[in-house]
Design a protein around this ligand. Structure first.
Ligand code: ATP
Length: 355
């Protein structure tokens, strides 16, 4: 059993099912992100773990203890939400100390714990300020200090960085991860930002309409998604549909218009219809040779897009457009050039095994 154990948890409002029998174990010290589009049930799951919402069915265990019927304050959970409402009339110090005051913590211990928590988020020097005298990132750090000062068993974060601009957000991501690792805090982090989820997490949950679509390492979620939904939601993907066929030791997928793309994917049987996908950085463009590679997919370059550190080609294939990362060492193509695509697409297990 994990540090946080969610067993067959459901939540309905009337006939609307927000969570449908969720099972999830979060390991001790793990940083787990919950990723999914708006309305898929991320916040509801977090609120049920915190005790802010009662489940319609199922159980929550924290460190082996059934807390399903425990109120919030009995759960030893720290949480930071998107609108991390600090008390505007209280100093930074008092914002952080309030939870300890309510628990009647002796004054000397209180001072030490608040100062330690403020030091951890590098805010000791600003302890006397009011929230209105802080930047967005500093306010966010006060909210974090307020959560960790109570020495929670787990930390729940619901889009805590979404109100920050891009640079500050990136800085805070690093700080948050460092703090989480230093304290060894079991953390559940809700976000709809896939890069944030991939870069911070030990494991990622991808949710879809109240169910878990995939729970895996960031690498597996990105490179070996279990469904079209996950492949599409996490990163950019271009899909091919066709019939899988054996080609000597390798596999190919026969597409319309007599093109064949090499594919890989465990346990796919030849002769079946399937769906395969590529990421923009998996594809290399090449100049077609008069008699070579006749079956490889061909496209026409629409344009080259320059982003500073990298650039992308937009390539039309049939009536669809795909994005391909330009490799620095590859020949440069111009709009209107015909190109062949060299890549190995990955078969998706679900669609490919469907009859
Ligand atoms: P977002 O990224 O927009 O915050 P989310 O994935 O966190 O979305 P939830 O807030 O968990 O989504 O909501 C899941 C679904 O449950 C939504 O369709 C929402 O409208 C619905 N819902 C949430 N709270 C209630 C409520 N109190 N009464 C009725 N429906 C609710």
């Amino acid at each position: 059993m994990g540090q946080i154990s969610v067993n067959r948890v459901s939540k309905s409002w009337g006939s609307f099912v927000a969570l449908d029998s969720i099972d999830l174990d979060v390991r001790e010290g793990e940083f787990l992100s919950v990723l999914g589009p708006s309305g898929c049930g991320k916040s509801t799951l977090l609120r049920i773990i915190a005790g802010l919402e009662a489940p319609s069915g199922g159980e929550i265990h924290l460190a082996g203890r059934n807390v399903t019927r425990d109120p919030v304050w009995k759960r030893r959970i720290g949480f930071v939400f998107q609108n991390f409402a600090l008390w505007p009339h209280l100093s930074v110090f008092r914002n952080v100390s309030m939870g300890l005051e309510l628990r009647r913590t002796p004054a000397a211990e209180l001072r030490k714990r608040v100062n330690d928590a403020l030091a951890m988020v590098q805010l000791e020097a600003l302890a006397d300020r009011l929230p209105s005298q802080l930047s967005g990132g500093q306010q966010q750090r006060v909210a974090l200090a307020r959560a960790i000062v109570l020495k929670p068993e787990v930390l729940l974060l619901d889009e805590p960085l979404s109100a920050l601009d891009k640079n500050l957000r990136q800085d805070m991501q690093v700080e948050l991860k460092t703090l989480q690792q230093t304290l060894g805090l079991t953390t559940v982090f809700v976000t709809h930002d896939q890069e944030e989820a991939l870069s911070l997490s030990d494991r990622v949950v991808v949710m879809n309409k109240g169910v878990i679509e995939q729970l895996d390492t960031p690498d597996a979620i990105y490179n070996r998604p279990v469904s079209e939904y996950v492949a599409r939601f996490v990163g950019e993907a271009f899909f091919f549909r066709g019939r899988v066929e054996e080609r000597g030791a390798t596999q190919g997928m026969r597409l319309a218009e007599d093109m064949v793309i090499p594919v890989e994917g465990a346990g796919q049987r030849a002769g079946r219809d399937g769906v395969a996908f590529v990421r923009p950085e998996w594809v290399t463009l090449d100049t077609p040779q008069p008699h070579g590679d006749v079956e490889l997919p061909r496209g026409v370059v629409d344009r080259l897009m320059f982003f500073g550190q990298s650039s992308d080609y937009l390539v039309t294939l049939g009536n669809r457009q795909m994005r391909v990362k330009r490799r620095p060492d590859a020949p440069k193509f111009r709009a209107g050039d015909t190109v062949i695509l060299r890549c190995q697409a990955r078969l998706l297990p679900n669609a490919a095994s469907a009859p």
